[in-house]
Design a binder for this molecule. Structure first.
Ligand code: HPA
Length: 239
């Protein structure tokens, strides 16, 4: 594959920083660029998946939408790592709490990702591959979140292909019993691709709804928690 790719129109790897922060919503990427970055240049608008590069406290960083789910987001993860020489991707998303002690607006950091996607099935013979983040990034995010006074939980998440999934309740209960913290839809794809290509990745999520209590928050109400997560990601982003 040569660049530009079919999905990213940047003409050179120089247009994209070493670290890319990736919310699902491209308008969130625009918000981050407008709110936190100086000297911003837009590098992508193909399919409306806006991407920007700028400086956060003097550190060069990029931010781009990922879309929802592994099939969409993994196109961008792969192309950024493989063709644009990106070293680190930090996914900043939302998730559904799976434990009673996790409240709306808490932060969940995925130390490993269970998935119902078939992205790794058959690849490792009898083994089920365990998609995990970069350990250093994970430690930095957890420690910095604590310092910032964020209510943070680090543990496994459940990365599903379907948002409207008809899952046998006993399966959900078993996942909860085995400690799964939250449901989301991209981390396993990100962690798999980063491992395959020898890159660094981390996925973290504010809690927008709860599978336990069935509460959900409007996008407006979750903005403050989301801002804290953006600032955390910007702070720990490797230069
Ligand atoms: N399930 C999957 N992905 C999500 C959820 C959820 O409940 N909430 C936010 N992203």
């Amino acid at each position: 594959m040569t660049i530009p790719t079919p999905h990213i129109e940047a003409k050179s790897p120089d247009e994209i920083a070493n670290t890319v922060l990736m919310p699902g919503d491209p308008l969130r990427a625009k918000f981050i660029a407008e709110t936190y970055l100086d000297d911003v240049r837009q590098f992508n608008q193909v399919r409306g998946m806006l991407g920007f590069t700028g400086f956060y406290k003097g550190k060069r960083v990029s931010v781009m939408g990922s879309g929802m789910g592994i099939p969409s987001s993994s196109i961008y993860f792969h192309e950024l790592f493989a063709f644009y020489e990106v070293g680190t991707i930090i996914r900043i998303g939302t998730s559904g709490a799976m434990q009673p002690y996790i409240a709306l607006r808490d932060l969940v950091i995925a130390t490993a990702s269970n998935t119902d996607s078939n992205i790794n099935s058959g690849l490792f013979g009898p083994y089920t591959f365990c998609p995990t983040p970069d350990f250093e990034l994970l430690m930095q995010a957890y420690n910095r979140a604590k310092e910032m006074g964020i209510r943070v939980h680090a543990g496994t998440v459940c990365c599903s292909d379907l948002f409207y999934r008809e899952l046998d309740p006993r399966v959900t209960e078993r996942l909860q019993q085995y400690g799964a913290l939250a449901a989301e839809m991209e981390s396993a794809g990100l962690y798999m691709i980063a491992r395959k290509l020898g890159k660094r990745a981390l996925a973290m999520f504010t809690v927008s709804d709860s599978l336990v209590t069935k509460e959900a928050e409007s996008p407006q109400a979750r903005q403050e928690a989301y801002r804290q997560m953006m600032e955390l990601a910007l702070e720990i982003a490797p230069a």
